[in-house]
Design a protein around this ligand. Structure first.
Ligand SMILES: [Mg+2]
Length: 365
C-alpha cells in the first residue's frame, strides 16, 4: 500500500503482545541459559492503512530486561508514539531513549515497527532505506551453545552437513575444556572457521591462553568476541595488541558513547552491532561510526525470531560492508511464528521481495 499524502504516515495505533517460542536445545552461555525465546511483538498501523511489525527480544542475563518489564515499557511508551509521523523515526528514537533509557528492547521493537510501516507506506524494501548496498551474498554463522563436548560435536556435525562453515562457539567458563572442544571440532571439520564468544567470561590471562593455544594449532578464528568484562577496555586493548586474532566488542558496545570509548582505547577490531542493545537508529549510527573509524562490523542478535533478525539483515544489506553475520537464532527455535520475510537456504539468507521486511505476525490480543 502506498501513501498518497503526508497524513497517511500518521501512526494511529500501536498493538503489542507477548510471544514465547520454544528452543530446540537449551541455549547456554557463560552468563546464563534459556529454553525459550520470550519476545514482545509490536504492530503499528498508519492512518493510510499501512502496517508495520517489530520485535522486542529482551535477554535477561545480558541486559537485565525481561518479557514482563518489556510489556510494561511498551505500554508506557505507546501514548508518546501514537499521533506521530512514521517519517520522523530519528526524532521518535531520541524521544524513546529519553523516556526509557533502560528498556532498549522495547525501544527497538517500536522503532522497527515504525520503520517497517514507513517502508510499507512508501512502497520500498527496508534494506533500501538503510542505503541499498547489496541484497546478495549474505551467510550467517551458527551458534553452538555451551552444552558440553559430546553435544557440541553432535551439533557441529548437524550444521556442517547443512552447509554451515562458520561456527560460533560459546566459551568463557573453563578455558581448558573450551580449547579442547574447539580443537575437537576443528580436527573433524578443518574447513570451518570460528567466532569464539566468551560473553565476558574470561580473565585476561585465560583469554590469552586460549588465543595462543588456538593459534598454535592453526585454528581459523575469525574473532575473539568479548573475552573479558565489558568495562575492561584496557585488557581488550592489550589482547588486541598481541595481534593473534581480531578482538570483537559486543557487551562493551551498547551505545554510541561506548563505541567512541572503544575506538579511543583501541580496544576492538570489530563491533558486534545488535539493534536490541540500543534500538534501530542508534545501532545504524554505531555501524557507520565504527566503519568510519576504521573498524569492521558484524551483525548479531539476542534470542530473536525472524522479525528482529529481518531488520538487522536489512541494515546489513543496506550498508554492505559486513565482516560476519551472526543472525542464526531463528534456526535454534522449534517453531517459526511468522509468515513471509527473508528465508534461510542453509546458511544463506535470502531477502524477501516487496516493501518493508515483507513479514507478518499473527496478532494475539
Ligand atoms: Mg556476543
Amino acid at each position: 500500500m502506498s501513501a498518497s499524502s503526508l497524513t497517511d504516515f500518521e501512526i494511529v495505533a500501536l498493538d503489542f503482545w507477548p510471544i514465547t517460542v520454544p528452543l530446540t536445545d537449551t541455549f547456554a552461555i557463560s552468563s546464563g541459559s534459556i529454553t525459550s525465546a520470550e519476545s514482545v511483538y509490536i504492530r503499528v498501523t498508519l492512518r493510510g492503512g499501512a502496517t508495520g511489525f517489530g520485535e522486542c527480544a529482551p535477554f535477561t542475563s545480558i541486559t537485565g530486561e525481561d518479557q514482563l518489564g518489556t510489556l510494561a515499557a511498551v505500554e508506557r511508551l505507546k501514548e508518546a508514539v501514537v499521533g506521530r509521523s512514521c517519517g520522523s523515526l530519528r526524532a521518535i528514537s531520541g524521544m524513546l531513549a529519553e523516556r526509557a533509557p533502560s528498556a532498549p528492547a522495547a525501544r527497538c521493537g517500536i522503532e522497527t515497527a515504525i520503520l517497517d510501516a514507513f517502508c510499507h507506506a512508501a512502497g520500498v524494501p527496508m534494506w533500501t532505506y538503510f542505503g541499498g548496498a547489496t541484497r546478495d551474498g549474505f551467510e550467517t554463522d551458527i551458534t553452538l551453545p555451551m552444552l558440553g563436548r559430546e553435544k557440541c560435536l553432535q551439533l557441529a556435525d548437524h550444521w556442517h552437513r547443512r552447509g554451515f562453515r562458520v561456527l560460533k562457539v560459546k566459551v568463557g567458563s573453563h578455558v581448558d575444556s573450551d580449547i579442547a572442544v574447539i580443537h575437537d571440532i576443528f580436527a573433524r571439520y578443518p574447513d570451518t572457521s570460528f567466532v569464539v564468544d566468551a560473553n565476558q567470561g574470561f580473565s585476561e590471562p585465560d583469554a590469552l591462553l586460549l588465543m595462543r593455544a588456538l593459534q598454535k594449532s592453526g585454528v581459523a578464528v575469525r574473532m575473539i568476541e568479548q573475552p573479558v568484562q565489558k568495562s575492561d577496555l584496557e585488557a581488550m586493548a592489550r589482547l588486541r595488541r598481541e595481534r593473534i586474532y581480531p578482538i570483537c566488542a559486543d557487551e562493551s558496545a551498547a551505545s554510541r558513547q561506548d563505541a567512541v570509548a572503544l575506538v579511543g582505547a583501541g580496544a576492538a577490531d570489530i563491533i558486534n552491532i545488535k539493534i536490541m542493545k540500543c534500538g534501530v537508529v542508534e545501532a545504524f549510527d554505531i555501524a557507520l561510526y565504527g566503519l568510519t573509524a576504521g573498524l569492521q562490523i558484524m551483525f548479531g542478535g539476542m534470542m530473536e525470531t525472524r522479525l528482529a533478525m529481518g531488520c538487522s539483515l536489512a541494515m546489513a544489506a543496506g550498508i554492505g560492508s559486513v565482516h560476519t553475520l551472526d543472525l542464526d537464532t531463528p534456526l535454534l527455535m522449534a517453531e517459526d511464528p511468522l509468515t513471509g520475510g527473508y528465508q534461510y537456504d542453509g546458511p544463506r539468507m535470502v531477502l524477501a521481495e516487496g516493501a518493508g521486511m515483507g513479514i507478518a505476525a499473527q496478532l494475539k490480543m
